[in-house]
Design a protein around this ligand. Structure first.
Ligand code: MG
Length: 375
């Protein structure tokens, strides 16, 4: 069974107050629209008709749109826009989806396509999880939430039926979704298919912020330094009592070095050896806390923020366990994130290898960054 898709992109997105259409908003390196398009790669989907707003035409033409997509100019109302797009639909079923829902789970699409073939149409819904009230007589009263469901897209119809419904609807008809219009003119009940809370519609600036919350960047860092006498042992900016310290051009804070490399890796930047070369006298004996602060400035300049950091210190001696809470607290303060988002653990290497022979200390670290600024 073949399906065509209509992606409704005719709105201006003004409620997002971004100064540009919310469909161009960046969610993980691609726009909301491209992300929404990516939900429809399926062997049974023939073409995707993008119902667009005239103001977005130049932007749309600049995108690497899929080969099976067609642009179709929208009308004054949603009804007119979908009506125009339906003229291009040729396959037996049509999937109508909001361009501002970029996170449609694959399973919801598959369930909807299956139900549309079995029952003639499919309408995604989610149950109401909040308590509900209805406004009445200047006040409000509670209503049974189990009797209320929320409707999403995609909504999938037999092409012939939805075309007939639109041909019967007046041009200026205002329907917020296609199932309402379908029921009004075709007089058949809508079949409900379980949707997902992940399938959010990006409507406000807060929705944009939620969307980029899912836009994570992960980096990995590793560092090793040699232990020797007559050096302070500094880990995470904290001086640890020990008869040896780490040898380095800087203060040898191997923990902060690994964390910086993880953060830089998450940003797709080169490592600290490139950023702070040990041939530069400027960095001789410098506190690694200062270097970490410079790296954090770079993070900020890229519109990113550190979400969490995790590190493992590999050292035979000294016993680090009593110092871990202080180290975590210090790192959280420097990075200005919650202490629960900084996890440091320590392990011996069972006297094996370089760390086991107390010749040096290694640290492995992972950092997670997220996009903070709305561009
Ligand atoms: Mg180092």
């Amino acid at each position: 069974m073949k399906f065509d898709v209509i992606l409704a992109c005719g709105g201006s997105g003004s409620r997002c107050d971004l100064g540009y259409n919310k469909l161009a908003f960046d969610v993980g390196g691609i726009s909301v629209l491209e992300k929404a398009l990516s939900c429809f790669y399926h062997e049974d989907i023939d073409k995707i008709i993008i119902s667009y707003n005239q103001n977005d035409l130049d932007w749309l033409k600049s995108l690497p749109l899929p080969d099976n997509s067609i642009l179709c100019q929208g009308g004054q109302t949603r009804t007119q826009s979908i009506s125009n797009a339906l003229k291009l639909v040729e396959n037996e079923y049509v999937i109508i989806h909001d361009g501002a829902r970029p996170f449609l789970p694959r399973q919801c699409l598959l369930d909807g396509m299956r139900d549309a073939v079995e029952y003639g149409n499919s309408l995604l819904f989610t149950p109401s999880v909040d308590s509900l009230r209805i406004l009445s007589d200047g006040g409000s009263r509670a209503i049974d939430r189990s009797a209320i469901i929320k409707i999403q897209t995609p909504q999938i119809f037999k092409t012939e039926e939805i075309k007939r419904a639109y041909s019967l609807a007046p041009e200026n008809a205002l329907f917020t979704d296609d199932a309402t219009l379908y029921e009004e003119y075709i007089k058949k009940p809508a079949h409900l298919t379980k949707g997902s809370e992940s399938n959010i519609k990006i409507t406000t600036k807060e929705d944009c912020m939620r969307a980029i919350g899912a836009d994570l960047y992960i980096g990995n860092g590793w560092d090793t330094h040699r232990l020797d006498f007559d050096r302070d042992l500094i880990l995470g900016g904290v001086k640890i009592p020990h008869d040896k310290g780490l040898v380095a051009h800087s203060d040898g804070d191997v923990l902060i070095h690994a964390i910086m490399d993880a953060i830089l890796s998450a940003m797709h930047e080169r490592d600290i050896g490139v950023l702070f070369p040990d041939t530069d006298d400027k960095y001789k004996n410098i506190s690694s806390v200062k270097l970490l602060k410079e790296v954090l400035q770079l993070v900020k300049a890229k519109g990113l923020a550190v979400k969490s950091v995790s590190a493992v210190i590999m050292a035979q001696k000294p016993k680090l366990s009593p110092h871990i809470p202080t180290i975590q607290q210090n790192l959280a303060n420097i990075m200005q994130i919650d202490e629960e988002r900084v996890s440091v653990s320590a392990t011996t290497t069972e006297k094996l290898g370089m760390a086991g022979r107390e010749e040096g200390i290694s640290v492995s670290s992972v950092a997670v960054l997220f996009r903070k600024a709305v561009k």
